[in-house]
Design a binder for this molecule. Structure first.
Ligand SMILES: C[S@@+](CC[C@H](N)C(=O)[O-])C[C@H]1O[C@@H](n2cnc3c(N)ncnc32)[C@H](O)[C@@H]1O
Length: 316
């Protein structure tokens, strides 16, 4: 049997099972299992052994039964890092890369010490700048302290720690399983400027610890919407990574009310939002004393990222 026969086998099974993008998933399963590079597999179409084909059949059956591809292959790409994932941890999503992008722009602005003028207009790079800011090892970078609440696999904390080697990054999560992945990911990438702690939001932090930047992609799905989500999410991803309470905003409230006491003067909070939450969470941020509230749209035009600044003299 040749590798492309295995792709065809997997494709047919996944099509029958109603998987959304069966060709991509079949290729990922087969080429990952065979440790083959896609282009050379299509050019050389090498022979594969019976043992490998049996493994491919098992993997295909798992995908056909609804298990997410990323859990089966065990990893996902996020901001240029390979992040290990599996049952018990949320699979990082592409839209969360926007949050990292915005956090890096903010960090760069801090590094350049760009001042806001009285009208609130900003000098320097704007929030509309395209592309990730690249801090090369030779670029001066700020010694910021960053807190990533609800860190999960650690994807956000690790992407920031990697791009800001002078920063001290902390991540908290209530799930021991998720934190096992986060620590494994830090070790795999040899990222040492990150510390993960288990507990409820700000709970595990040292008394008096304050940060320049607080970021979070918290659970934000309305409880009653969870049953209507795609099978892959609803049946496989951890419920406590999704459930944002009756209106989806429980964590937004808790984070925005707790953040002022944990931010330094002028510190910034950056949150990922669910569909249709931008106006309500912006108002919530203002009520908790934040200023310069800004919402950034994702590629689909959905207000996805909220950024707000702790107003001077406001601590809780
Ligand atoms: C939407 S996931 C985000 C994971 C990761 N930051 C990402 O962007 O892929 C939310 C995370 O919040 C965690 N979580 C749920 N309740 C929490 C709480 N009370 N305190 C801290 N973390 C919590 C879950 O375990 C889950 O890892």
């Amino acid at each position: 049997m040749r590798i492309l026969d295995a792709v065809r086998y997997s494709l047919e099974r996944l099509e029958k099972a109603g998987v959304d993008d069966p060709l991509t998933d079949a290729e990922m399963l087969v080429f990952n299992a065979a440790r083959a590079e896609r282009l050379s597999a299509y050019i050389d179409n090498p022979e594969i052994g019976g043992g490998l084909f049996s493994k491919i059949k098992r993997l295909t059956a798992r995908r056909g039964s609804g298990e997410p591809l990323q859990y089966i292959i065990g990893h996902v790409e996020f901001c240029g890092l390979t992040i290990s994932v599996g049952k018990g941890v949320l699979i990082p999503r592409p839209e969360t890369e926007l949050l990292v992008e915005e956090a890096l722009k903010t960090a760069k602005r801090e590094a350049l010490n760009v001042k806001r003028n009285d009208s609130g207009a900003k000098d320097g790079p704007s929030s509309d700048d395209a592309g990730l800011i690249d801090f090369s090892p030779f670029t001066p970078h700020p010694s910021l302290s960053v807190l990533d609440l609800c860190t999960g696999s650690g994807c956000i904390a690790l992407a920031l720690a990697k791009k800001l080697p002078g920063a001290k990054v902390f991540g908290t999560d209530i799930s021991a399983k998720a934190l096992r992945y986060a620590r494994k990911n830090a070790a795999a990438h040899n990222i040492c400027n990150v510390t993960f702690k288990k507990g409820d939001l700000f709970g595990p932090l040292n008394k008096g610890a304050r940060f320049d930047l607080i970021v979070s992609n918290p659970p934000y799905i309305v409880t009653s919407d969870i049953d209507g989500l795609q099978r892959e999410i609803r049946q496989w991803e951890p419920k406590n990574a999704l459930d944002g309470g009756a209106d989806g905003l429980d964590f937004m409230r808790a984070i925005l009310s707790g953040a002022p006491a944990r931010l330094k003067e002028g510190g910034i909070v950056i949150l990922e939002l669910g569909y249709g939450q931008a106006d309500e969470v912006s108002e919530m941020a203002r009520q908790h004393g934040f200023g310069n509230v800004l919402v950034i749209d994702d590629f689909a035009g959905v207000g996805r990222i909220l950024k707000a600044e702790k107003a001077p003299g406001f601590s809780n």
